[in-house]
Design a protein around this ligand. Structure first.
Ligand code: WT7
Length: 643
């Protein structure tokens, strides 16, 4: 594979950027011409942000798996597609070549067909990080079924909500998953999620932990048995389903500022082109290199930069089942040396947590295969950036700070490794085809001459025009998509983030400006956590805000009005945490719970989060205007009780 569209110099970036803005259709058509199509497109782009309607490569026919698998077989069939490192370093790793992966995907696609799965059906995937997860995802894509991967840390209730929202009829799961010293009973969580479910017809269970599971007759089947069945039937190859460019490829649920998580929908062609383009350019990927993205495939980062980006580029993707700190905090470094990893892509949270172990775990680790480092998911503080640069990259690896979102499908703002300059804690420049702008509360673009003495302007980050992997809709509710992303500022996509821009056009993302938290790089809506807390029998009302956390970036601070009678405060706190774990999952557990007798509300009953946020941040001196509060006295009480 060669990548004729790979940018080679800063000049080249500037040219590509200019082209992409002057003639977006020509620019993307050129790139798209390097992919495998069953039929070419009629028009490159049709769009408006009012409905919104976004169509890329309309009329084209393709299957993304032919681009990720079939087209590499002749030249790179024996090249590793996926290298899998198990949780336990004592267990054998697996190397899956393109030829192997092709066969396994076809085989499992036949299993899906044999179990009644058809094009357009929704398949929920709830698995640990084993190769079968990637195989399941690709097998869905092969037959045109829409995958909805749910991260293995979500609770039964969260799965039930997602199954219902997507009206999913099929589930693929494992008996259990290993994560560090833990052994998570995934199938048993699925069983709980299915109590009262009326849509799911079939659950396919892959073996991993051999923990005891209940297999329900007529509903549950073993992955391995089903493979044997299709083998017996002689079903080996599986022709790829011909998909329309705009057919949905997958749904991925993510949190917003209100209500239940929404199902972000991505479309086949645009998502394929954009994840490939950004993979090749952001990481300056060279054929044969080993790319290690430490995310879970349950998040968009894993979808785009473990599975689809690297595989569509014929790359080698390293997939790791475990956690960075088990059996010890040298786990990542051992993996890098073991496989001679060239590109490491991880989250600032992981870097900060590993920094906390000091330099001991780096003793004796070479790390000399590393060429490029990347971060994703949250702002990176300068201290962590320099530690990463000095101790991991040994000051010779460019670091890319990649800003993007579940809704954007791929990286929108980032430096290009070794090609465009890095600036610590700045995501820097937009990718070709991406036109960001900063606006004030009223949607007016902030002009360059509004800059401060350092030449910096600040505002809410929007994007002017679609890029190929723009969110197409929120599953089953297009109006929600419009309201959430395209109505705050007319004719703009609103990201929900605040940002700065310097005189050179570099962007620094400062964090969410809506009621969404970013805890260890994971998105959690405050309303979602509040709803979960409020489910607890003794809770009257609650308000949740974020506060700065040394490792997680943001921690969750909950103010709770409690009138229950059961037990003492410590026990009640535990009960509330247990409730949140049941309703959402352990990732949404508040770090701090403060019991209060009331919440600061305006006369119209709106909670003044600004005040609660300041108190949680420890900034109690300057709380701003509190005169509009119904009961200003409550602020004193809350201040005095701060944890
Ligand atoms: C939110 C999106 C993108 C995949 C992982 C998270 C924050 C993401 C950065 C970055 C500062 C970042 C934003 C964004 N974010 N990358 N490089 N610098 N902030 O995807 O769960 O959809 O969350 O993560 O606040 O809106 P997500």
């Amino acid at each position: 594979m060669s990548y004729p569209y790979q940018i080679k110099s800063f000049e080249g970036y500037k040219e590509a950027y200019e082209q992409s803005v002057k003639n977006p259709e020509g620019f993307w058509a050129d790139i798209a011409s390097h992919f495998h199509w069953r039929r070419r497109w009629g028009s490159v782009l049709n769009w408006n942000f009012t409905e919104p309607k976004i169509e890329w490569f309309k009329g084209a026919k393709l299957n993304i798996t032919e681009n990720c698998l079939d087209r590499h077989l002749d030249d790179a069939g024996n090249r590793p597609a996926i290298i899998w490192e198990p949780n336990d370093p004592e267990e054998h790793h697996r190397v899956i070549t393109y030829k192997d992966l092709y066969l396994k995907v076809c085989q499992f696609a036949n299993v899906l067909k044999n179990n009644g799965v058809k094009k357009g059906d929704r398949v929920c995937i709830y698995m640990g990080m084993i190769p079968e997860l990637a195989i399941a995802v690709l097998a869905c894509a092969r037959i045109g079924a829409i995958h909805s991967v749910v991260f293995g840390g979500f609770s039964a209730q969260s799965i039930a909500d997602r199954l219902y929202d997507a009206q999913a009829e099929y589930i693929i799961t494992c008996d259990g998953a290993y994560r560090g010293a833990k052994d998570i009973p995934l199938k048993s969580v699925i069983d709980d999620a299915l109590i009262g479910n009326r849509t799911v017809k079939r659950v396919i269970v892959a073996t991993r932990t051999r923990t005891a599971v209940s297999m329900i007759k007529g509903r549950d089947v073993w992955w391995e048995d089903e493979i044997k069945k299709v083998e017996t039937l002689g079903m080996t190859d599986c022709p790829a389903e011909e998909m329309d460019a705009e057919d949905p490829l997958f749904i991925l649920y993510t949190s917003g500022s209100t209500g239940k998580p929404k199902g972000v929908v991505h479309a086949c062609a645009g998502y394929m082109i954009y994840t490939n383009y950004t993979f090749v350019n952001v990481f300056n990927y060279q054929p044969g290199e080993i790319h290690f993205c430490t995310a879970d495939i349950g998040w968009i980062t894993g979808h785009s930069y473990i599975v689809y980006g690297p595989l569509s580029a014929g790359g080698t993707s390293l997939m790791f089942e475990g956690v960075p700190t088990w059996p010890d905090a040298g786990r990542f470094w051992d993996i890098i040396d073991k496989y001679k990893v060239n590109i490491l892509y991880t989250a600032p949270t992981a870097i900060r947590s590993l920094m906390g172990f000091g330099l001991g775990p780096l003793q004796g680790k070479k790390l000399d295969s590393l060429r490029i480092l990347g971060t994703v998911g949250e702002p990176i503080n300068e201290e962590a950036w320099h530690w990463y640069d000095e101790h991991i990259g040994k000051r010779k690896c460019p670091i890319v700070d990649t800003w993007w979102q579940t809704e954007t499908g791929g990286v929108l703002i980032s430096n290009l490794a070794g090609i465009t300059p890095a600036k610590p804690s700045w995501a820097t420049l937009p990718m070709p085809g991406v036109q960001p702008l900063l606006v004030d509360e009223n949607g007016h673009e902030i002009p360059d001459d509004a800059a401060d003495e350092h030449g910096i302007i600040s505002g809410n980050l929007c994007i002017k025009a679609p890029w190929p992997s723009t969110i197409r809709t929120t599953y089953g509710d297009h109006e929600r998509c419009r309201k959430n992303y395209f109505s705050t500022y007319p004719n703009l996509y609103f990201t929900g983030d605040g940002a700065l821009r310097d005189a050179d056009g570099n962007y620094r993302i400062t964090g969410r400006v809506d009621d969404v938290l970013n805890v260890s790089g994971h998105r959690i809506g405050t309303a979602e956590v509040e709803n979960a807390i409020n489910m607890h029998a003794g809770v009257v009302e609650s308000a949740v805000v974020g506060y700065p956390h040394d490792i997680k970036g943001q921690g969750i601070y909950a103010y709770v009005i409690y009138n229950g009678t059961h037990g003492d405060e410590t026990l009640t706190r535990k009960d509330i945490l247990q409730t949140v774990t049941r309703i959402i999952g352990a990732i949404a557990k508040p770090d701090k719970i403060q019991f209060v007798s009331g919440l600061p509300k305006t006369r119209s009953g709106k909670i003044m989060r600004r005040i609660l946020r300041k108190i949680a941040e420890g900034e109690t001196a300057n709380l701003g205007d509190t005169t509009t509060l119904l009961d200003p006295g409550i602020v004193e009480e809350i201040k005095n009780g701060k944890l």
